[in-house]
Design a protein around this ligand. Structure first.
Ligand SMILES: [Zn+2]
Length: 519
């Protein structure tokens, strides 16, 4: 690394920092091949969010104003008859008695005395044309006002609860009294938020913002090994509860989506990528009502059918890879807590597909492995642990030595900082859980190449995070100096060799495994 002339520190400022939602963590990670840094944050993507502010007052004013203009304008036109082509005094409508096309000879209006200039003279037009000139803009304004009014009312939550509140018309009178006639902004409505993932490409001479993906809601996302394609699940009322997987290729600037099945059959999740990085691995937990009835057990658990899919992001083709089972826990009478699961596929015929099933109980408790190979399915109990800081699975892969690697989605601290994404390796024969070590979990040992570095938002203090090949460190600089607002987000990459002293600052998430010796 010595003797090079390339700049040691590269940095890039991310756009639209001020649209960042201050209440959420800004998360950054290396792609597993070290070519990109991906930065995710919650944003308000609307170009003019203030236009969404609910303003029933403005809408009503516009509608009433338009109506007044229509009525008054129509009356004025009817009161002031004109012949086409003749010239009239604009002020008093006196016919100036000119031949068509001539200017009036007199300097002043004989009727009202106003000085006759091109501004105070008007040429007569047809009544229909005059009416249209007044009424059409006014009617457009009225329509706009009415639509703003109706739309704004839709945005304003009812001040009185529908259930248990006073009945109409008392409720109506009270609602008018409590109406937020003044500006009622919807800027802070989470329904508008999306997760933006910026992909920063590391070149020889600098950092380049390659592109951005906008994810629906607060979806968890999994980048491809190169970091060029971002994949995420969608399961929402807007898409009719179809179990959908979407992706966006930031290098090509295009994306797509595919439905795993019909709407309402269950929950989709994105697990990772195929070993060659071409297919998204997704699973569908079939939790429709018929499964409740058929598969519920007396102990409060329920067997959940799980299908594992591979989706080709180039063609959009969805391929059912394998089917296994998971487990949901909870109370059938009230609500189920869906037992979370994640899957990975590999090339080994004895473990073609591995599904890890956990249980949400103050963290993620690891329960069992469902291993599907050419010989059929076997279930291996996981002798393991409860990850207290995890709320879900993030990605999974099968290592070259035949173990399941899992990365968990972590809780966030109160100040919005991520705690990193803990990783574990699980032996497919014994179910024994271990923390990755350099011998088995280095990037070169993982065919699927999961992303493995979580850049700490507090990186200025901890020294940043180290690239998969160990040659660079990266950190985020986030300016929170303005209250409740992010004013600047900068990605900084230090090309100096990663100092070994940084090892171990986050023992639970990334250990020495991620700092393979530099070439
Ligand atoms: Zn006049």
């Amino acid at each position: 690394m010595s003797g090079t002339e390339r700049p040691n520190v590269l940095s890039i400022e991310l756009p639209y920092a001020d649209r960042t939602q201050s209440g959420h963590a800004v998360e950054a990670r290396w792609s597993s091949d070290g070519s990109r840094i991906l930065v995710a944050r919650g944003v308000d993507p609307r170009p003019w969010p203030l236009l969404d502010a609910a303003r029933p007052d403005l809408g009503a004013a516009l509608a009433l104003g338009g109506a007044v203009v229509v009525v008054a304008g129509t009356a004025r036109v009817l009161r002031r008859p004109r012949h086409v082509g003749r010239i009239y005094c604009r002020r008093c409508n006196h016919d100036l008695n000119t031949a068509p096309g001539e200017r009036p000879s007199s300097p002043r209006c004989p009727e009202c005395g106003v000085a006759l200039t091109p501004r105070t003279c008007v040429t007569g037009a047809s009544r229909g044309g005059r009416l249209a000139r007044v009424a059409i803009p006014a009617i457009v304004a009225m329509a706009l006002g009415v639509s703003i009014f109706v739309e704004s009312i839709g945005h304003v939550p009812a001040p009185i609860g529908a259930a248990g509140g006073p009945a109409w018309p008392v409720a109506g009178a009270s609602a008018i009294g409590n109406w937020p006639w003044w500006r009622r902004t919807t800027v802070e409505q989470p329904a508008h938020f999306k997760r933006r993932v910026d992909s920063v490409r590391i070149g020889a001479d600098g950092l380049r913002l390659e592109g951005s993906a906008l994810l629906v809601g607060n979806s968890s996302w999994v980048p491809s090994p190169s970091g060029a394609v971002i994949a995420w699940p969608e399961h929402a009322v807007e898409t009719g509860w179809a179990p959908r997987v979407s992706w966006f290729d930031v290098s090509l600037g295009r994306g797509g989506s595919a439905d795993l099945d019909e709407p309402h059959v269950g929950f989709p999740s994105v697990c990772g990528w195929s070993p060659d990085g071409r297919e998204v691995i997704a699973l569908l937990q079939r939790t429709g009502m018929e499964f409740h009835q058929r598969n519920a057990r007396d102990d409060g658990t329920m067997v959940v059918d799980i299908d594992v899919f591979a989706i080709d992001t180039a063609s959009g083709v969805v391929r059912l890879v394998d089917s296994g089972e998971g487990r949901a826990t909870g109370n059938a009478a009230t609500s189920w807590v869906i037992g979370p699961a994640i899957a990975a596929i590999g090339a080994d015929p004895t473990a073609r597909t591995v599904i890890l099933v956990g249980e949400q109980s103050g963290g993620i408790a690891l329960r069992n492995l469902c291993i599907i190979g050419n010989a059929g399915m076997r279930v291996v109990p996981v002798t393991g642990e409860v990850l207290r800081d995890a709320w879900g699975f993030r990605s999974a892969w099968i290592t070259a030595d035949g173990r399941l690697g899992v990365e968990f989605a972590s809780m966030f601290t109160a100040d919005g900082a991520g705690r990193g994404c803990p990783q574990r390796l699980i032996d497919l024969d014994t179910g024994l859980v271990s923390t990755p070590s350099s011998a088995t979990a280095g990037p070169e040992g993982t065919a699927a190449g999961p992303e493995r570095t979580f850049l700490d938002p507090e990186a200025p203090r901890t020294g940043g995070r180290i690239s998969p090949d160990g040659t660079r460190t990266a950190r985020l600089e986030i300016d929170w100096s303005t209250p409740e607002r992010v004013s600047r987000i900068r990605v900084v990459v230090d090309q100096a060799e990663a100092p070994g002293a940084d090892a171990g600052t986050r023992a639970d998430s990334v250990d020495a495994a991620d700092r393979a010796p530099a070439p």
